[in-house]
Design a protein around this ligand. Structure first.
Ligand code: UD1
Length: 371
């Protein structure tokens, strides 16, 4: 049985790493098993600190295939990935491909595979923001509609897939591979004092922003920068800046507070970033995955979006979904400065074993064996 897992953009790497490890463990235990797991990197993200550093931090092997597609418009990026991935599939003839998350690489590769009659497994299926202006929402809906195996991280995903008419037999509630990575690296993190920022635990705020709805509109971005400047009057702000956001800040010459209160830096590697997240007083973000990681760690997360496809992080976890009102957002910050914060719980099956469950299900389906 030959399987190719696809990675493309930064949030994919930490989801595929535990899946790769689970396959390797299974192969080591059963050397009679005719199973090969390979990794294809589309190159959607290509900068050293958006890609390579994650392979190192997550102990992922060099990808077996690198498509080198880089950045372009959505249509071109999706099309380039499809053209290049089709060549790999025609050569390798895998039995199954695994795609994760909701980025353009996820949709492009699943669509290419299914048209060649190759089975598709989608990890992190069923999440819905119900906002079709998000490119990720389109990628999620389309990928789920053509996948053969849909692995769900939270129960809202089961409800969403049922409503869309996807047969129960294809759907498996397995937990969260991103949290598998977090759990396996928590004991191996550096100390906060090992990092070069001179920070004390719970005495700084970690910020990330990259959604087109926040950073591509100069007026909105300017309001967000004012908001971050305001936070920095109370606590130091650590702000690793996504390339899209950096370009937008520079193009619009937005004023950022003094370097001693806001540390702007290039995107960080996985281990450094989760160390900073673990010790932050709170996190301000518009990311999807960070809403989940903060919920697992019990760190308050102020999400600067109007919707979330991960409602469990609000219902059970430590996530505050703010909407557009930055005054309201600042009220929440003040509450946290004053020691009042949401106490969350860890969602069901976010136990570090999601990848193991996925691999077990796939191997049983394909090889008809049970371990
Ligand atoms: C992509 C995903 C988004 C995910 C995010 C994580 C889609 C539709 N979006 O958004 O869901 O949350 O990744 O970061 O797939 N760039 C670089 N270097 C890189 C990568 C990108 O400079 O290594 C720049 C390019 O100028 C590019 C821009 O960043 O145009 C945006 O990159 P792109 O991959 O198109 O989307 P993201 O905003 O990163």
């Amino acid at each position: 049985m030959k399987i190719i897992s696809v990675v493309g953009a930064r949030p994919n790497f930490m989801k595929v790493a535990p899946i790769h490890r689970a396959f390797q463990n299974l192969i080591q235990k059963n050397n009679s098993l005719n199973l090969k797991h390979m990794i294809c990197h589309t190159g959607q993200h290509y900068d050293e600190n958006m890609s390579k550093i994650f392979f190192n931090d997550l102990e992922l092997p060099e990808p077996d295939f690198y498509l080198g597609v880089g950045s372009s418009s959505h249509a071109k990026q999706t099309a380039y990935i499809m053209i290049e991935f089709e060549k790999i599939l025609l050569n390798e003839k895998p039995d199954l491909i695994i795609v994760v998350g909701d980025v353009n690489s996820t949709l492009a590769c699943s669509l290419t595979a299914v048209k060649l009659g190759i089975k598709v497994a989608h990890v992190e299926a069923g999440l819905r923001s119900f906002d079709r202006s998000m490119p990720e929402e389109i990628n999620r809906i389309l990928t789920d509609s053509i996948s053969d195996y849909l692995f769900v991280t939270e129960k809202s995903g089961l409800v969403n897939l049922k409503r869309e008419g996807i047969s129960d037999e294809k759907v498996f509630f397995v937990g969260n591979c991103m949290i598998d990575s977090l759990i396996s690296y928590l004991p191996k993190l550096p100390e906060l004092s090992d990092l070069s920022y001179n920070l004390l635990p719970k005495n700084y705020v970690l910020v990330t922003l990259h959604r087109p709805s926040n950073v591509d509109n100069p007026e909105r971005l300017s309001e967000l920068i004012d908001f971050i400047n305001k936070i920095s009057k109370y606590k130091k702000v650590i702000f690793p800046v996504h390339p899209r956001t950096r370009k937008a800040i520079e193009n619009n010459s937005l004023p950022i507070n003094d370097k001693s209160s806001i540390y702007l830096m290039n995107p960080l590697g996985y281990l450094e970033f989760i160390t900073l997240m673990k010790h932050a007083l709170f996190v301000v973000t518009d990311s999807g995955g960070i809403q989940e990681e903060t919920t697992y760690l019990g760190i308050p997360c102020i999400t600067l979006r109007t919707t979330t496809e991960r409602p469990i992080t609000v219902d059970v976890g430590t996530n505050y979904l703010i909407g557009e009102d930055l005054e309201y957002a600042f009220n929440i910050c003040e509450e946290i400065f004053n020691g009042e914060k949401k106490i969350g719980k860890i969602p069901e099956l976010w136990d570090g074993r999601a990848a193991e469950r996925i691999v077990k299900i796939l191997v049983e389906k394909f090889l008809n064996i049970s371990r």
